[in-house]
Design a protein around this ligand. Structure first.
Ligand code: TRP
Length: 334
């Protein structure tokens, strides 16, 4: 039986946080252990260029993500770990697919609309890369002929567009791409510590995977809870509390019940509820950080080795698709 191809990527920007982990990376590990699946995990360092960064930071973050992939338990031999920039054919496919995608479709994408609607952002300063971001993502996914794409909720519109592009191509040029599945059941929204929205680097409301126990304590102590619960004696509504949402993702059933009942009856205060959460976060992070620390010895050389090997393996597969696509579209390599 042919193995199902699983593909997912993470942008190389800054530190990875609990939102990245609980929303997506945790499932990467489970998927990578399934013998019936072949996983490709990459670092979307070309996508990073849409928010221009210092090149040294891009390289630093890229290697850090590779080492984090390993630290959370992905085996670089059974899974292919690679950098987007190691596969030039993906950029070629990006162009080919761009010619099958309308501007209207791209303008409708939430990530683009958000940027454009931000009052302080002038239309003139929004780069083309930001508009065509989802096309490159479609090329990432369709290049290796992926069957499954595990991603956080915010990326779902992009994968939907990829599915449309795949169907469109198949109709126009004959069956070529599998229409990739979203793994919808696992759509998880990880709330931020500010009680306002999802956890995200740009919102400065994250717990980073490498935060020390002390930092975790500090961040959670300051985090916003149910704002309607003003006094300790007030009862709270756990469902209006982003920390309860984190509890739901992290804490054992018995603790979750206690926290819920304690908050709703005012028997437990936010301080005690936070203590339990801090303990559970630190318990989750400890083995990841220990493994990451262990890798310090092999360091960035090890990350480069993995990228080199993974790049070769990914490129081999993707190049075949792109050659086929060019042939079908009437623009072969003469
Ligand atoms: N846009 C994704 C993110 O910001 C990263 C990404 C790029 C990706 N290409 C992809 C994810 C292809 C899955 C598949 O998280």
């Amino acid at each position: 039986m042919d193995k199902k191809i699983v593909l997912s990527g993470i942008r190389a920007t800054g530190k990875l946080h609990l939102g990245n982990y609980l929303g997506a990376m945790k499932y990467f590990v489970q998927l990578s252990e399934d013998k019936h699946k072949q996983c490709f995990f990459f670092i979307a360092n070309l996508h990073t260029l849409t928010t221009r960064m210092d090149p040294r930071d891009i390289v630093r973050d890229l290697k850090e993500i590779v080492l984090t992939y390993i630290s959370i338990g992905i085996n670089p031999e059974s899974s292919v770990i690679f950098a987007q920039s190691s596969v030039p054919e993906t950029s070629e496919l990006n162009w080919l697919l761009a010619c099958l995608t309308s501007v209207a479709e791209l303008e409708k994408m939430p990530h683009f609309k958000e940027k454009k609607d931000m009052k302080e952002v002038l239309h003139e300063t929004v780069n083309v890369g930001l508009l065509t971001y989802p096309v490159l993502m479609a090329a990432d996914i369709l290049g290796p002929l992926a069957n499954m794409v595990p991603v956080g909720e915010d990326q779902h519109p992009h994968v939907e567009l990829t599915r449309d592009i795949a169907r469109r191509f198949n109709i126009l040029y004959g069956d070529t791409f599998p229409v990739p599945e979203l793994l919808e059941g696992e759509a998880i929204r990880v709330p931020g510590l500010d009680g306002k929205g999802k956890m995200g680097k740009s919102n400065q409301n994250t717990i980073d995977l490498m935060d020390s126990p002390g930092e975790v304590l500090k961040k959670i102590s300051r985090a916003v809870t149910d704002t309607a619960r003003v006094r300790r004696s007030d009862t709270g509504n756990p469902f209006n509390c982003s920390l309860y949402a984190l509890h739901q993702l992290l804490s054992a059933d018995a603790e979750l019940k206690d926290v819920h009942a304690g908050c709703a009856s005012a028997k437990m205060g936010c301080v005690d509820c936070k203590k339990i959460l801090v303990k559970n976060i630190n318990q989750l992070l400890a083995p990841i950080q220990a493994k990451r620390f262990e890798l310090n010895e092999k360091g960035s050389k090890y990350a480069i080795e993995i990228l080199h090997e993974g790049g070769k393996r990914a490129r081999k597969r993707i190049a075949v698709t792109v050659e086929n696509v060019k042939e079908k579209m009437g623009v072969p390599l003469y």
